[in-house]
Design a protein around this ligand. Structure first.
Ligand SMILES: [Zn+2]
Ligand SMILES: [Zn+2]
Length: 182
């Protein structure tokens, strides 16, 4: 295990959130899309199900992509801002059959704030463990997705959103084939 269990889950959620937006598809266009995402991620706590909730989660998505792609110092600045702004207060909690994990907001805080703080707390773990280089973007030429490399030898290069690894292998194979032709 590289990170604590709740950190890994939170980082997975950040990756999934960022990857709801691709060059061609926006998976968070309606409050219904957001409901689906939140259910899939098993986020607990209060909801408003309105447009402003959706808007603030979409803003968070943009911010998380910026943090993911930023230099370490820039990322730290934004992470600290999120924690300060939300007056994050880390507490160990148990709920819904989950063992002790960290909440740093109350269940009544707005959804986007709870998501932001959970992400920020996980990113704190990543950065202070010196594991920042596991936060990557997909190496496939036509893919803008991000990924978290949890492999032992830090060898993961392609995202899990589509078929990027396969596609790149086929492309490389075809390139070899065509360069061998007379
Ligand atoms: Zn929880
Ligand atoms: Zn990809």
């Amino acid at each position: 295990m590289i990170f604590a269990h709740d950190t890994e889950i939170a980082l997975g959620s950040v990756v999934d959130l960022i990857n709801t937006l691709t060059d061609t598809v926006d998976g968070l266009l309606t409050p219904g899309d957001l409901d689906e995402f939140i259910t899939a991620q098993q986020f607990s706590g209060s909801r408003t199900h309105n447009d402003s909730e959706l808007r603030s989660v979409r803003q968070l998505r943009t911010q998380m992509r910026e943090i993911w792609m930023a230099t370490e110092d820039e990322a730290v600045e934004q992470i600290n801002f999120i924690l300060r702004n939300a007056r994050a207060l880390p507490q160990l909690v148990k709920h819904d059959g989950l063992d002790y994990h960290i909440h740093a907001t109350t269940p009544q805080a707005p959804l986007s704030e709870r998501m932001a703080v959970e992400a920020a707390m996980a990113l704190v773990d990543v950065i202070r463990s010196g594991e920042r280089d596991r936060m990557r973007s997909c190496a496939a030429a036509d893919c803008g997705a991000v990924l978290l490399d949890m492999s032992k030898n830090r060898s993961k290069r392609y995202c899990d959103t589509g078929n990027c690894a396969n596609r790149e292998h086929v492309r490389a194979y075809r390139q070899r084939q065509s360069s061998q032709k007379p």
